[in-house]
Design a protein around this ligand. Structure first.
Ligand code: GMT
Length: 369
């Protein structure tokens, strides 16, 4: 098949999933065209059968803001026509799915549109009145719609009152590619060899980054440990200030955005995901694939990924005391940590294995074609 994939290129789960699905389809011999404002982080290396098309909106004095959605739709139509695409797979409802629908109209329905909903396109942005009608259209008019968890399927039906077939296709964790130097990272992150807690996110309010900081602060009162905070975003400064005020600076490392998260996860002992909501929690799954048990909020699709008391521990959103006591249980018992980590890894590699999940996407494409 000839498949166009449209996604955000910022650090974030939907772009990661889009890029990994694209690479996997390309490895099967399909022709893959990625459309995005810049190269998604997981596509930095050259990949056979993958072509990248940068989307940019030319300014014009009359425009009060840039016309990215229109530029994306135009680029989709052009690439689809030029490369005889069968499908555009849009990751995230706006602008990707709505632009794909415009492109389909421009091509007199010669392409099919598959939309994958990822999370805030439904739970936050989608229910905002300024976007709701277009998100609803994207769900109604796409040739197929997939969501990344049962939770998100239910939310989509509830929020938009839609009555159409929606496939649940879980995200997958790619086999860890650990770079040389992972061992050195451990020494760098924890020179004294104390356990390492890790958090990876885009530091948006929904991630409750300050809860990760508070959990660490509680745990460290009793138990020597380190915290590595990977990523960047609006709440980073507050988290850094907290580390300074609580005299935690020598034990917390803010790395900023990182491409090589495998090296960090390879030396982490516990992964923290205290989000307010999470349709899936790809970062937790990636931690699990490295054998790292997860302490997370019992919210959204997280319980479909992390089984409480099996692959880690779940607590109510904001319950930093409960999360801290779970972290302490894990880091004070290497046996428990290893046992849960091994179970988490097994789950990541079986239930969330790449091949069967990409098979599901391929089946969806075949069905709509
Ligand atoms: O919806 C978002 O917040 C953005 C999106 C992203 O691009 O990171 O995250 C969502 O999609 C990921 C991949 O499917 C999921 O793992 C995240 O749980 C989900 N985020 C939220 O639901 C907050």
């Amino acid at each position: 098949m000839r498949i166009g994939i449209s996604c955000y290129s910022t650090f974030g789960g939907s772009g990661v999933v889009a890029a990994e699905v694209g690479k996997s389809l390309a490895a099967r011999g399909h022709e893959v065209h990625i459309l995005s404002p810049s190269l998604p982080p997981r596509l930095m290396g050259f990949e056979d059968h993958v072509t990248f098309h940068e989307v940019s909106a030319s300014p014009y004095p009359l425009f009060e803001s840039d016309q990215f959605s229109i530029a994306l739709a135009s680029r989709m139509a052009d690439v689809a026509d030029r490369h005889k695409l069968d499908i555009i797979h849009a990751h995230y409802a706006i602008p990707h799915a709505s632009a794909a629908l415009l492109a389909r109209m421009a091509l007199d329905d010669r392409i099919k549109v598959v939309t994958t909903l990822h999370g805030t396109d439904i739970t936050v942005v989608g229910s905002d009145p300024s976007y709701l009608p277009m998100v609803k259209l994207a769900i109604r008019a796409s040739d197929a719609v997939t969501v990344v968890s049962e939770y998100l399927k239910n939310e989509t039906i509830r929020t938009f009152d839609v009555n159409r077939h929606i496939d649940v296709v879980y995200n997958f964790a790619c086999p860890p590619r650990v770079e040389e130097g992972a061992r050195n990272q451990r020494v760098w992150l924890s020179p004294d060899g104390t356990p390492i807690l890790a958090h990876i996110s885009n530091f948006r309010p929904v991630k409750r980054v300050m809860d990760a900081m508070r959990v660490f602060e509680i745990v460290r009162r009793e138990y020597p440990c380190k915290l590595v905070m990977v990523g960047d975003g609006p709440d980073r400064v507050e988290a850094e200030n907290f580390a300074r005020e609580k005299d935690l600076e020598s034990d917390v490392r803010f790395t900023g955005k990182q491409l090589d998260i495998a090296s960090v996860l390879e030396c982490a002992d516990v992964f923290l995901l205290p989000s307010a909501t999470e349709s899936f929690g790809l970062a937790a799954l990636e931690a699990m694939s490295h054998g790292v048990p997860v302490v997370a909020s019992r919210v959204g699709g997280i319980p479909e990924v992390v089984r409480n008391e099996m692959d880690g521990f779940l607590a109510e959103v904001k319950d930093v005391e409960a999360m801290a006591s779970s972290v302490t249980r894990l880091i004070s018992s290497p046996e428990l940590r290893l046992e849960m980590g091994a179970r988490a890894k097994e789950r990541a590699r079986s239930t969330f294995a790449e091949e069967p999940i990409v098979d599901q996407y391929q089946a969806v494409y075949e069905r709509v074609i």
